[in-house]
Ligand binder design. Structure first.
Ligand SMILES: [Ca+2]
Length: 661
């Protein structure tokens, strides 16, 4: 590991090595060594589900404002290619604390709040006939046998405090058993208990009675400041893992009102609730920075800011997705860039240049070895990490590493979902291996050139088989090195039970407090009626030579795959519809292997007076179109649709849908 030449290291103690274990990540019997005096403080801020375009760092939002994250970025280095170790919470969190890949520590799904205690990933050998690969069973608690970052720091004399979300297990797997002196609110759930705004439902943590409508992020930041004040005269490690901006989707009412006035209904980011949640998240960052300045600690404190996974694109909030990660594809819970690439800033006075940026690839597993490097604590010779020290990058240099890996052997059916898969990033390339996804027996591959295709629209695996082979060897090596418990071919699989065109298709989940529907492969369809598939909150039937749409309100839609993709340019969809529902309609269109997205949609006015009316909607796209989707209204009611045709402006009929009974 390289060493920082840092003016923050006022009183370094060389030669005092911690005794690290021989097995990667497993704790040695005795690592006591009090060496912390004079070393810098560490403030680690982890936002929850904060997406690539949820801050102003990359110029990709026209809605949100994050002045305090910018303030932080002005003090240090912003990483443009920072990746979570997993597209979901618990696996990434375990990777931060251990420096190990999910493939190695075995927490591969966010299941650490579930009752079953599983400490070793387990092979699954069968599955339903509609799945071609099996799904391994994830570990559900962060085993105290692992040596964690807070343990090393605690044993080295740091005061250690955890504030906010944990999601790695309740006692005896809580922060208190993993090296933290303090843990507030000592809560093991995946989000804030009940709500962000008091009254909360935390078991052991009440709102301040003097603060009406107290917001949990305000309170957590306040408690974190108190911890810094109490420990200002000794090195401390403040692990501030925000609840924001994970579900439940609620916020301060005055902020929701404020953001509602600023919403552009055409923008893919158009939830005032989510914008308000971002503001409270950013406020908390500001509260910590203010405290560091006020206490005179800023020059001797390392600050890390990162997110645990991408922005949420599957919950229905204020009539659309919670947020949008555009220009990235996908979001939380899938392996596309939107699920794993996020904001990251590291401030280390004397090492990072103020306001600097780096394009080096970094990942959650890197923070543990990096922080040890920055504070000059040497890991024992046999203590291994899957990550590396990124200190050279912090100095503006290149990293001596070619690849990072993301192991996600699960199938979480949200928009853009994939079957169990693993990805590797190497230079400009990203290769995804879908385990056993080639139905002739092998794996299936998708290759993207992120330097020209950040939105992962063009799979170029067929054009660059040499790159596929080379990078797949790296994947194989990673899985072997980490002893990954892998998906196996499912002996029960029946190819006729799998409809690949439904891969990546899923409804948005409602916010009614229920889990929402989860669908997989073939069972995703509620049946195709007249060539159209019902989705969201409606059902389809054929009556009197028309499609009958029965909607319970919220998000009714019907979609169809064209007989063959058509080139855009002058495309118009025409249909006749009567309705007694409410709200505006929206027409979505998408190309091959694209999801439906707001930036490929047209809103249209609907008359809900029960009378048949003609609708003529120009698609306004030059891109190839493979599939279209009609969202006829938001309100509950009945709609009747017939005479649907896709035409060129000149009148050329490309496809016509008839609805014989
Ligand atoms: Ca998360």
């Amino acid at each position: 590991m390289s060493r920082p030449s840092s003016r923050v290291l006022l009183c370094t103690v060389y030669g005092l090595c911690l005794l690290f274990p021989k097995t990667p990540g497993v704790r040695a019997a005795d690592t006591e060594a009090m060496v912390a005096d004079g070393r810098p403080n560490i403030v680690f801020i982890l936002a929850d589900d904060l997406g690539w375009s949820d801050t102003t760092l990359f110029g990709t939002t026209s809605l949100y404002e994050t002045p305090n994250i910018e303030r932080l970025a002005d003090r240090g280095m912003t990483f443009t290619r920072a990746y979570a170790s997993s597209p979901l919470c618990s696996p990434t969190r375990a990777s931060i604390l251990t420096g190990l890949s999910p493939a190695r520590h075995g927490i591969t799904s966010p299941s650490c709040h579930l009752p079953a205690v599983v400490l070793k990933a387990e092979q699954t050998t069968t599955g339903p006939a509609s799945r071609f690969s099996t799904i391994p069973k994830s570990v559900t608690r962060l085993d105290t046998a692992f040596l964690t970052l807070p343990q090393v720091l605690q044993r080295s004399g740091y005061a250690t405090g955890h504030f906010g979300k944990w999601h790695l297990g309740s006692e005896p797997y809580s922060p208190l058993e993993h090296g933290f002196d303090v843990d507030l609110p000592h809560h093991s759930g995946p989000g804030p208990a009940g709500s962000y705004v008091a009254p909360w439902k935390f078991r052991e943590f009440d709102p301040d009675p003097d603060v009406p409508n107290q917001h949990i992020e305000d309170r957590m930041a306040q408690e974190a400041v108190r911890f810094m004040e109490q420990n200002r005269d000794r090195p401390f490690f403040l692990n501030y893992w925000m609840f924001s901006v994970h579900a439940p989707f609620d916020a301060k009412q005055e902020l929701i009102r404020k953001w509602r006035r600023r919403i552009d209904p055409q923008s893919p980011q158009r939830s005032p609730t989510y914008a308000a949640m971002i503001e409270s998240m950013d406020d908390a960052v500001g509260t910590l920075l203010d405290a560091l300045d006020r206490l005179g600690l800023s020059e001797n404190t390392i600050v890390v800011f990162a997110s645990d996974n991408g922005g949420n694109m599957y919950n229905l909030v204020d009539g659309g997705t919670a947020t949008s990660n555009a220009p990235l594809r996908g979001g939380k819970a899938n392996l596309f860039e939107g699920g794993i690439r996020g904001p990251a800033v590291v401030v280390c006075p004397g090492v990072t240049s103020p306001g600097s940026a780096s394009d080096e690839l970094i990942q959650s597993v890197d923070f543990f070895p990096t922080l040890l490097d920055l504070i000059e604590l040497q890991p024992g010779p046999s203590h291994e990490f899957d990550g590396i020290s990124i200190v050279p990058a912090l100095r503006g240099e290149l990293l001596d590493r070619q690849e990072i890996f993301t192991y996600f052997p699960h199938q979480t059916e949200v928009p853009d979902w994939l079957p169990p898969a693993v990805s590797v990033h190497s230079g400009k390339w990203k290769l995804i291996r879908v385990f056993h996804g080639d139905l002739s027996g092998g794996h299936r591959y998708m290759l993207y050139d992120l330097s020209t295709d950040i939105g992962e629209k063009h799979d170029v695996s067929r054009q660059h088989m040499d790159v596929v082979l080379r990078l797949d060897q790296q994947i194989e090596q990673h899985l072997e090195n980490t002893n990954a418990v892998r998906p196996l071919p499912n002996p029960n699989f029946r190819p006729e039970e799998y409809d690949r065109s439904l891969e990546g298709q899923a409804e948005l989940k409602g916010t009614g407090g229920g889990k929402g529907r989860q669908r997989n492969g073939r069972t995703a369809s509620r049946g195709v009626t007249g060539g159209w598939m019902a989705g969201g909150t409606c059902q389809l039937s054929l009556q009197q030579n028309a499609l009958q749409v029965l909607s319970t309100g919220g998000d009714p839609h019907l979609s169809t795959e064209l007989q063959m993709p058509v080139q855009g340019g002058g495309l118009t969809l025409r249909f006749v519809m009567s309705s007694n529902a409410k709200g505006r309609g929206r027409l979505y269109f998408r190309g091959p292997s694209e999801p439906f997205a707001l930036d490929r949609s047209i809103e249209f006015d609907v008359r809900h007076d029960g009378t048949e009316r003609s609708y003529v909607i120009p698609l306004g796209t030059e891109q190839q179109v493979q599939s279209i989707r009609i969202d006829p209204a938001a309100g509950a009611g009945n709609m009747r649709i017939h005479s649907i045709t896709l035409q060129r402006a000149a009148g050329e009929h490309l496809q016509k849908w008839a609805f014989p009974e």
